[in-house]
Design a protein. Structure first.
Length: 376
């Protein structure tokens, strides 16, 4: 997520905080310092209110980290893989490397977060009650009892059966288990998620209409985020599932136009780039691939040298990010295509060139597949 900064690493998992969280921090602190605490404890003073409000906001951040970390640790243990957690204005996101491949894994990863929140409910309440029992200043018991309530709200909210909330993932796992159809399970859970988001937006607008502006705006934005997240998560899940079951060899372009390494750059421009309208060509030497040539390679050579410079002299060598096997899944190939700054990979069977795959090939295959299978 853009604008995110590393604040620590736990068990190999990067903990990042997005700049948008500062808005949440300020909003939470201000709401508590100017509204909640003064209304209930009018004699404590402004300095105390702001210290308590900031303390609650920070401890809420730590609670969210614990919630997301529980998802991540369970996911890593089950082989799903999480390398990064990002905290942002609406909470936290554990960045799954891939979707769980079974309903059981989906359920276990999803339920871990709410269970951690419930553990924190008990822990914070015990600290609050203990502080009161030990007759410590009332500030301590108030903060921890409030955090206990917040974590209970967090657990309950996340367990609503609305994808991609944890409860929505639990629902998807149940439907997936009983129907054996991930697409159907995702569609149902995502639809419920969208309607839940619209409901939150309605609640937010109602609050704003009756004068509760800050809470109304907050609920409105959360609802909008849930709607957007449910839509994008559904699409990403379907795409990920399709890519994990599709082999590169099924849709690669087999008739590859290549250029001999002895051809001059001038002839390559006239006879290949302008003729075939491709941006990339494999470079061959007696039937073996020695590299690729791109428009950028050509642009790096002065025009007056095109006639005396061969394609082989400026070709880019073939590395791991530029070659794949025909029996690899598309999910293993996409990262190479979108990260090598060329937008294509060569499909190699041992040392023989058997095809080429571009971003356009992948998107067209996905579009046709979804149309033929009535996937929206």
């Amino acid at each position: 997520m853009k604008g995110s900064y590393l604040i620590g690493t736990i068990r190999g998992i990067r903990i990042e905080i997005n700049i948008s969280w500062l808005a949440a921090f300020l909003l939470i602190s201000a709401t508590l310092a100017t509204g909640f605490f003064p209304a209930r404890y009018p004699d404590w003073g402004q300095d105390v209110y702001w210290i308590l409000g900031s303390s609650v906001a920070i401890l809420m951040l730590l609670s969210i980290i614990a919630h997301e970390l529980s998802h991540s640790l369970v996911a890593n243990r089950l082989g799903v893989g999480v390398k990064r957690i990002t905290l942002f204005i609406f909470g936290g996101i554990a960045d799954l490397e891939k979707e769980p491949d079974s309903p059981r894994k989906e359920f276990l990863v999803a339920i871990a977060g709410p269970l951690m929140s419930l553990v924190l409910v008990v822990v914070f309440r015990a600290i609050g009650v203990g502080a009161d029992y030990l007759q410590l200043p009332e500030y301590f018991s108030v903060v921890f009892l409030y955090l206990s309530s917040i974590n209970l709200v967090l657990a309950v909210f996340n367990m609503f059966p609305a994808f991609p909330l944890d409860g929505g993932r639990v629902l998807r796992a149940a439907i997936w288990h009983f129907t054996g159809n991930l697409h159907k399970a995702t569609r149902i859970a995502s639809t419920i998620g969208q309607w839940f988001g619209y409901f939150l937006m309605f609640i937010g607008l109602t609050n704003m209409f009756y004068g509760n502006l800050i809470n109304g705006l907050w609920i409105l934005f959360i609802g909008y985020f849930v709607v957007q997240a449910s839509q994008s998560s559904y699409q990403n899940t379907i795409v990920s599932d399709i890519f994990s079951r599709t082999m590169v060899g099924e849709f690669m372009t087999r008739e590859v136009v290549s250029i001999d390494r002895s051809v001059s750059v001038s002839d390559a421009v006239d006879e290949y780039f302008f003729r075939y309208k491709f941006n990339v060509f494999p470079v061959m030497d007696e039937g073996d691939v020695t590299g690729i040539i791109t428009i950028d390679n050509v642009k790096g050579i002065p025009k007056e040298e095109w006639g005396v410079t061969t394609v082989g002299a400026i070709a880019t060598e073939i590395g791991d990010v530029l070659r794949v096997s025909p029996d690899e899944t598309v999910s293993n190939v996409v990262s190479k295509i979108f990260s090598n700054n060329i937008g294509r990979v060569l499909v190699m069977e041992e040392d023989s060139l058997v095809g080429i795959v571009s971003r356009t090939d992948i998107m067209n295959h996905l579009r046709i597949y979804m149309q033929l299978n009535n996937i929206k």
